[in-house]
Design a protein around this ligand. Structure first.
Ligand SMILES: C[S@@+](CC[C@H](N)C(=O)[O-])C[C@H]1O[C@@H](n2cnc3c(N)ncnc32)[C@H](O)[C@@H]1O
Length: 255
């Protein structure tokens, strides 16, 4: 057989083998995701006593893998103060995880009054009122690091301090794609040493850019990308070091 035919056949076989391998790996990844989804669903439902149905995960709500991670962090770190930006299913899950610890409190910051009301009602249905406070904090146009941008009314967050776990899943991004950028710089000096910060939707381009700029700004923290359904970022503040540049944030007219 001529040499060029032999080479072509070998190349063809190699391409076929790599396609088959890629398909097998894709299926394995899907299987692992499904297994993880089932596993985390079990971990999450163990926290509830079926008082009322839970809203579904994913979409606007955090995905099951991230909710499972929140449950694990709350169990491992035994946080005293948890702050969440953007309420919903995650509020119920964090509050229920704190109830299992029999310690800690969640301050849930919500920009939408109606949504805050609905979250408070769901907390009540699940007898979680003692573990979480839903706080309505409207969005305002603030001056942040020399730029005007919409974010929460910071005058309503002045008392929040000594945070052990910060979960960033709000405000919604309709007004600005990188609307969540101020979260880490604003709360940095309010984090306890060893505090964990989790950011949802880390695979979106705006969040990805935010993560890079946070990493440049806070080199003393550990940044880990989590390969979850929507991507997540875990930041661990290794020491309580003051932020390098004090961000200026002053409120002005409502956004
Ligand atoms: C990504 S959601 C927060 C989800 C929450 N952490 C959870 O796991 O359920 C961010 C904000 O979007 C708004 N929001 C939530 N669900 C919504 C919906 N179905 N339609 C419109 N806005 C919604 C709320 O103001 C919420 O604070």
């Amino acid at each position: 057989m001529p040499l060029f035919i032999l080479c072509a056949l070998t190349m063809g076989l190699l391409v076929l083998a790599s396609l088959l391998l890629a398909r097998k790996l894709r299926r394995l990844r899907q299987l692992r995701r499904r297994q993880q989804h089932i596993w985390e669903t079990h971990n999450i439902f163990q926290l509830f006593d079926r008082a009322a149905p839970l809203p579904p995960p994913g979409g606007w709500a955090a995905s099951t893998d991230l909710l499972g991670e929140l449950v694990r962090v709350v169990a491992a770190r035994q946080p005293r103060v948890v702050v969440e930006l953007g309420s919903g299913l995650s509020t119920l899950v964090i509050a229920a995880a704190l109830r299992r610890n029999r310690a800690g409190r969640l301050i849930c910051v919500e920009a939408d009054d109606q949504y805050a009301h609905s979250t408070r009602a769901q907390l009540h249905q699940h007898a979680l009122d003692d573990w979480a406070t839903g706080r309505s904090v409207p969005l305002q146009s603030i001056e942040f690091e020399g730029e005007r941008r919409p974010w929460y009314d910071t005058s309503l967050l002045g008392d929040v301090d000594s945070i052990d776990l910060l979960f960033i899943d709000g405000p919604p991004t309709a007004l600005r794609r990188d609307i969540r950028y101020p979260a880490l710089p604003f709360f940095w000096n309010k984090l306890n040493a060893g505090a964990v910060v989790l950011l949802d939707d880390a695979d979106r381009p705006a969040e990805s850019a935010m993560a890079k700029s946070w990493q440049r700004r806070f080199p003393q923290a550990l940044f880990e990308h989590l390969r979850f359904e929507k991507g997540a970022l875990r930041v661990t503040s290794l020491a309580r070091v003051p932020a390098p540049r004090a961000p200026s944030h002053s409120a002005a007219s409502t956004a």
